[in-house]
Ligand binder design. Sequence first.
Ligand SMILES: C[S@@+](CC[C@H](N)C(=O)[O-])C[C@H]1O[C@@H](n2cnc3c(N)ncnc32)[C@H](O)[C@@H]1O
Length: 324
Amino acid sequence: MATTTTPRTPTRQDPDRQPADANHSGSQHGPRPVPLAVWPVGQRSAQYQRAGRYHPGCTTHPGKMLPDLARRIVVEYSQPGALVVDPMAGTGTTLVEAALVGRRAVGVELEARWAELARANAEHVLDPGARALVRVLQGDATDLATLLGEDAGEVDLICTSPPYACDVGNLDTTNWGAGHNLCATAERNYSADRANLGHARGPMYAQAMAAVYGACRAVLRPGGILAVVTKNTRRKGHLFDLAGLTVALAEAAGFTYLQHVIALHAAVRDGDLVARPSFWQRTQTSKAAARGEAVHLVVHEDLCVFSAGPAQLTSSSKETARAH
Ligand SMILES: C[S@@+](CC[C@H](N)C(=O)[O-])C[C@H]1O[C@@H](n2cnc3c(N)ncnc32)[C@H](O)[C@@H]1O
């Protein structure tokens, strides 16, 4: 696929959107195009990517990154021996994939439950040599500098997927079929604890994520990379442009927007896209269609890539963008 350029993710009005992005892309010269790439990371289903490798307990976490996407981000934007950090580590997908390709990896996760699972996951997947490359810390992403200690300022790559400011939960279709809740309240949004950013919405979400990106900026080495996997969602008929908000917040924190990647979750088969909708997606999409909303299944996530400083894409990143 040829490299092309695209304007920044356009911002659209949404009632949940907050004004923190007043300056984003707001140069008087108009939006600056960034390189666009498409990565087909869904050739194998999410289940298949984890099966026989990841800790079985990972199924209890409701919002995991695709392992093939995490691996590709690490390979693309860091060198062997680099220090990779995920400040919202969940089950530790980034850490596992980073260690498998010879990077040091530190994860921070707010919930004791998920931090423990990330440790168990690293233990389960990695041999002792690779396991020694991984550290999992329980804490708040905004305390990143303190948590990293002497590694603060030395981080080469931050690879993360924040909560999406939309409901996530593990689906219990049997319960739902019996007329009860589709997902247990205690499981919704990663935790029953309202301090978890999975519960934050609107201006509160933007403010909290601004603090997280500020903390990321503070621990990256000059020219280090921040790679954020996001997904635009719809609520009550409105698009929530999380990719646009993420760009705005990261730029406000002092990052330079480098590249936009469409992480394709559909498989490409014989020139066609084969969607891999979850039960939840299928249900939501058909309900929206029944309400008369013109929506389709979303088959991608947006990966927004930034530099801590004015650095350019590495030549290997450019090569890969060209190759795809
Ligand atoms: C989208 S999930 C990340 C999933 C992870 N990439 C994986 O593959 O398992 C977001 C995670 O952020 C965690 N989180 C929420 N608020 C946080 C905070 N303030 N500091 C650190 N982690 C937080 C949630 O508990 C959740 O596990």
